[in-house]
Design a protein around this ligand. Structure first.
Ligand SMILES: [Fe+2]
Length: 188
């Protein structure tokens, strides 16, 4: 009962970030199963991998991380002691962006039948998923958990106004092909 009331009262932007993280975590689990099967000799599930990379590239790099960067910068202004963890998260966002581009490139090469050693691809993917997982845990425990108490009403207004000016993510639109594809994948 209390949990329900707390969830209802939760700031909608924090709720949105957490919903994104739940989806990322779900995708990461799917990818880990895919990798485990692949290491036991099954074929690479290129379709699942492409959807995962599309989600990370389109939604994470262009919508989720820029929103977090903005919110985290406001947190540092209000609480300078958070500067170290925020700097690390910002740097990991850049690192994840580059790693997503690299995976996209490798998948493209595999699709064009260029030789890519399977173990090399899977090792790179495994490190990437581990980084994503660890990154989200730190964001949730050290930043999301303190966001509501740290930011002022003025900060929330500024972020809400900025958000309204951004182009929407196709992964937030239930009618989009991208949204429906990822939901279908996650329901498997
Ligand atoms: Fe995040």
């Amino acid at each position: 009962m209390n949990t329900r009331r707390q969830t209802d009262r939760e700031n909608p932007i924090i709720r949105r970030l957490k919903a994104d993280h739940r989806r990322f975590a779900h995708l990461i689990r799917h990818m880990e199963w895919t990798m485990a099967r692949c290491r036991h000799g099954e074929g690479v599930d290129a379709e699942t991998m492409k959807q995962f990379v599309a989600y990370c590239s389109e939604h994470a790099d262009h919508h989720h991380h820029p929103l977090e960067d903005r919110l985290f910068a406001c947190m540092v202004k209000r609480e300078p002691g958070l500067a170290t963890v925020v700097k690390r998260m910002e740097s990991e966002h850049v690192q994840l962006h580059k790693a997503t581009d690299r995976l996209d490139q490798l998948l493209g090469d595999m699709g064009r039948k260029h030789f890519v050693p399977r173990s090399e691809f899977l090792d790179a993917l495994e490190s990437y998923l581990a980084l994503y997982h660890q990154h989200m845990l730190i964001e949730e425990s050290e930043l999301f958990a303190r966001m509501e108490e740290t930011l002022t009403a003025q900060d929330w207004e500024a972020v809400t106004a900025w958000l309204a000016e951004q182009s929407p993510s196709p992964f937030d639109d239930p009618h989009s092909h991208q949204y429906q594809t990822i939901e279908r994948l996650l329901a498997r």
